[in-house]
Design a protein around this ligand. Structure first.
Ligand code: NDP
Length: 292
């Protein structure tokens, strides 16, 4: 038996279409959501991410405001820009592309963002709201993981969920979201003892490690839902680089449903960013949250 492949590309395209439809309805009420993206320096990977985010924002009918600062910009420069964007009524969401150059403290910058415009969901207030089970802006990649898992099984209640990774941007928030879905959640990390014994009990496995093909096929519980967050660039046999996940390809023969890499979680991250921008725009105008 081989796993159902959870097609992140098409699920993300559906979400983006729903976002665009909501933007058209908002337009009739003279509300036009806008996302400001701040890029400091010229890291090639970050430039690609920022370009694709801005393109997706415009394709959804929203406004994109791109702000580029030089690699030697000071922390004060970035903070001043964030404060200006906080005050700008045309800007519904603010995203500061990470990583930032060494002279800038990312925590200070994230904390300077108005929590109501924090579409990445990284501000401590939004992280705290998520931990308390209160409404707020939720980080995009974790949100995408849960949406994908629910396409395989609409109710995650009672499942044994294992999240490998405890970062503030993926592991911890995805664990909180799964808890909110009534899964029984375990978080594993680099100091976890006997990881394969834990994975073998997991009905739902989220791998957010950053190590190519780390989770082996015989670690997977037969029939499990596997969400592979990893994006790892490795050299292929032909010498060309390619992207692989944290889960070995052989897992597809054991799992019940699995996300591919690429084409799984990745496309959901941008789609959820667009959805968060619309949610933020509605909340800022006192409109009820759109059903996305
Ligand atoms: P981090 O490096 O911040 O966190 C990695 C986590 O994995 C840490 O908690 C670490 O444990 C844990 N870990 C490392 N080695 C092991 C091991 N041998 N066994 C068990 N746990 C281990 O990474 P991120 O959370 O930022 O990202 C994780 C992956 O997801 C990366 O591949 C990244 O590229 C990808 N990613 C993909 C996105 C997408 O859009 N699809 C978006 C964001 C990230 P410890 O805390 O003990 O160090």
């Amino acid at each position: 038996m081989s796993a159902r492949i959870i097609d992140g590309k098409s699920i993300a395209a559906d979400l983006r279409a729903r976002v665009a439809a909501t933007v058209r309805v908002l337009d009739e009420q003279s509300v036009r959501p806008g996302l400001a993206v701040v890029l400091v320096g010229a890291d090639p990977a970050s430039e690609i991410y920022v370009r694709s985010k801005s393109r997706a924002v415009m394709e959804a009918g929203m406004r994109a405001f791109d702000h580029k600062l030089p690699a030697d910009a000071s922390e004060a420069d970035v903070l001043a820009l964030v404060r200006k964007l906080n005050q700008d009524a045309d800007v519904s969401g603010i995203l500061v592309q990470l990583p930032l150059p060494a002279q800038i403290d990312p925590h200070k910058v994230i904390e300077a963002i108005d929590p109501a415009k924090d579409v990445d969901g990284f501000h401590p207030l939004n992280a705290g709201r998520l931990a308390r089970g209160l409404p707020g802006l939720v980080p995009c990649t974790p949100l995408g993981c849960v949406i994908l898992a629910k396409t395989a099984r609409p109710s995650l209640a009672g499942l044994n969920a294992l999240v490998i990774g405890r970062s503030g941007i993926v592991g911890k928030p995805v664990a909180q979201l799964l808890l909110a879905e009534d899964a029984t959640v375990t978080i594993a990390h680099s100091r976890t003892a006997d990881l394969p014994a834990l994975t073998r009990q997991a009905d739902l496995l989220v791998a957010a490690i950053g190590r190519p093909n780390y989770v082996k096929a015989d670690w997977i519980k037969p029939g499990a839902i596997v969400i592979d967050v990893g994006i790892n660039r490795i050299a292929g046999a032909d010498g060309k680089s390619r992207v692989v996940g944290d889960v070995d390809a052989g897992a597809a023969a054991v799992a019940g449903a699995i996300t591919p890499v690429p084409g799984g979680v990745g496309p959901m991250t941008i789609a959820c960013l667009l959805a968060n921008t619309v949610r933020a725009a509605c909340a800022q105008r006192g409109l009820s949250a759109p059903a996305l």
